[in-house]
Design a protein around this ligand. Structure first.
Ligand code: ADP
Length: 268
């Protein structure tokens, strides 16, 4: 039987101090995620591609340099490069912590393999990812939200959510796990309405109703927060199952990988 492929996102709200808008990696949580993945690999055979979000490393730079609508000026070019470098800096914390945990992780630079057309992925060279999966089932390729070239507007943001949704469809992942700082999708933003109820399953039937009460992120977020996450999944998912869960909680990552965890199931 082929080894199942899982694609997992570590949200910017998990891997950075996004809520406090601090330009700082959340090293402790990244290390926790790494050690839970290591234990999961010892428990079950699966292949993993990991994608992480940006938090202030991406969103604040993009906002400050005004580069969410294309690269036209010298200052935009500077912002494009600064944002990319900041994302590599955040990514390096993942590589260090994954190595410390004894994992075999390698970064795949989104700028080198993705081309967008008016903010949408139009070309994505996935062969290196596919060959790394073939090389060894324990290799974890790590990608991240980033600035990439854009056929129409010079350069644009590709979000971690867009990469996840695209890869899940293209590589026929059997599980898509989205770790964030809330325990799923709720009837209203649980940060503002703590009594809001969690939605257990989002499917084709209830999607349009639910999306009305889903908003963006409370922090600075140029890629649209929870709402955009769901819209991206709907565009690309076609048949794969996804789960949105709270990744900050101890044991949730290992539970999500080897069994099940509390959260919202997405079946679109
Ligand atoms: P990440 O950075 O982890 O990818 P996002 O900031 O993009 O996460 O999305 C998660 C945020 O979405 C939560 O922190 C929450 O405040 C916000 N949100 C808005 N509406 C909802 C909702 N209906 N259910 C859950 N979260 C919501």
């Amino acid at each position: 039987m082929p080894v199942p492929l899982y694609i997992m996102k570590v949200g910017g709200s998990v891997c950075t101090k996004k809520a406090e808008n601090k330009f700082e990696a959340n090293r402790e949580l990244i290390a926790k995620v790494a050690s839970e993945i290591k234990r999961a690999q010892a428990n079950k055979e699966f292949q993993l591609i990991l994608v992480h979000g940006a938090g202030p490393f991406g969103h604040t730079n993009v906002k400050n340099y005004g580069i969410n609508d294309g690269i036209k000026t010298e200052q935009h070019v500077e912002g494009f490069i600064k944002t990319h470098l900041a994302m590599q800096e955040l990514n390096s914390v993942f590589l260090q912590e994954f190595e410390n945990a004894g994992l075999k992780a390698i970064a795949i630079d989104p700028t080198a393999c993705i081309v967008q057309n008016n903010k949408k992925i139009s070309k994505f060279e996935t062969l290196p990812l596919e060959l790394l999966l073939k090389m060894n089932s324990k290799i974890i390729s790590i990608m991240y939200g980033d600035m990439v070239v854009d056929l129409k507007i010079g350069g644009s943001v590709v979000s971690g959510d867009a990469i996840i949704s695209y890869l899940a469809h293209r590589l026929k992942a059997s599980k898509i796990l989205l770790g964030t700082d809330v325990a799923g999708v709720f009837e209203a933003d649980p940060k503002k309405f703590p009594n809001a109820k969690r939605i257990e399953i989002i499917d084709k039937k209830n999607f349009n109703q639910i999306i009305k009460n889903v908003t963006g992120s409370n922090a600075i977020d140029v890629t649209g927060g929870m709402k955009e996450k769901l819209l991206k999944l709907r565009q690309q998912l076609s048949g794969c199952n996804a789960l949105i869960f709270d990744m900050r909680i101890a044991e949730n990552t290992i539970k999500a990988l080897v069994g099940s965890v509390e959260g919202t199931k997405i079946l679109l």
